[in-house]
Design a protein around this ligand. Structure first.
Ligand code: TMP
Ligand code: ASP
Length: 252
């Protein structure tokens, strides 16, 4: 375990070489950052919760035919995933005005948007992940028009699925961020699949009844009880048997 090769360390995850060619071990850390690393903390148990929540979501997406990198969970903090060539874009889907779109267009947080909006941001910390258009994506060769069409179609399918999943847990899916990767099939055909994670770190989730935030905005906005909120999301999705057990000591 300690001898395996570290391929990449990001803000919240580490990627290790997987046991077979074409696989990677994705390790979830407890580290939280916001505003491009300006704000940092260790939130004990967050990695365990995000590993479980992302597993649950990716597994269900695989089941409904949305291709993802997820293969299987290995342990409390790690999952085996397919190696992909990551596309350097963050794909954001929004149902309700919040965060940067509310600021950009002067919208009131909580206002439903007229339709689901898909946005692309260029993944570059030094530039603060700027919003980009399809023109930029094609001109700078980050992805082809076909890739963009595929990402939009997949992002909207994920949105439909997640909206239903969270509604069933009395949670409003306000917005979320996806990352996609490219894989090479036999005869060198490329295919776009969902990569990274889907967790309260990458979504805005509001309690449907009280409006209370159950996502990383609790950390960004210093609201406290961050892991408790993540544990409640897991509990409502039927993943964790009870709240407050984020230390990795549950039965399976
Ligand atoms: P935004 O309103 O700040 O643009 O965020 C939109 C969604 O994307 C929100 O659910 C949080 C998520 N997100 C990330 O996962 N990573 C990021 O770096 C940013 C800025 C947002
Ligand atoms: N993920 C980004 C960071 O770590 C920003 C955010 O999620 O707010 O800085």
């Amino acid at each position: 375990m300690s001898r395996r090769k570290k391929l990449y360390e990001g803000k919240a995850k580490i990627l290790y070489e997987g046991p077979e060619p074409g696989t990677i071990v994705q390790h979830f850390k407890d580290d939280a950052t916001a505003f491009n690393n300006k704000k940092k903390a260790v939130l004990e148990g967050k990695g365990v919760l995000n590993n479980r929540i992302s597993e649950h979501i990716m597994e269900n997406l695989n089941r409904i035919g949305v291709p993802t990198h997820f293969i299987r969970r290995l342990n409390m903090r790690e999952q085996l995933v397919r190696e992909v060539e990551i596309i350097p874009l963050e794909v954001v889907v929004r149902n309700v005005a919040a965060g940067s779109i509310a600021q950009r267009f002067g919208l009131t947080e909580g206002e439903p948007l007229p339709r689901a909006i898909v946005e692309f941001y260029f993944k570059d910390d030094a530039l603060n992940d700027p919003l980009v258009s399809e023109e930029h994506i094609a001109a700078f060769n980050w992805a082809s028009h076909q890739d963009v069409d595929d990402m939009i179609a997949l992002a909207l399918r994920v949105n439909d699925f997640l909206s239903g999943l969270f509604t069933g847990a009395n949670i409003r899916l306000v917005d979320f961020k996806l990352e996609f990767g490219r894989i090479y099939d036999q005869n060198d055909m490329t295919r776009i699949i969902l990569a990274d994670e889907i967790s309260p770190d990458s979504c805005r989730l509001w309690d449907m009844t009280s409006g209370e935030k159950m996502d990383k905005d609790r950390f960004r906005r210093d609201m406290g009880n961050v892991t408790e909120a993540y544990a409640e999301v897991a509990r409502r999705l039927g993943i964790m048997k009870e709240t407050g057990n984020a230390n990795g000591d549950e039965a399976n």
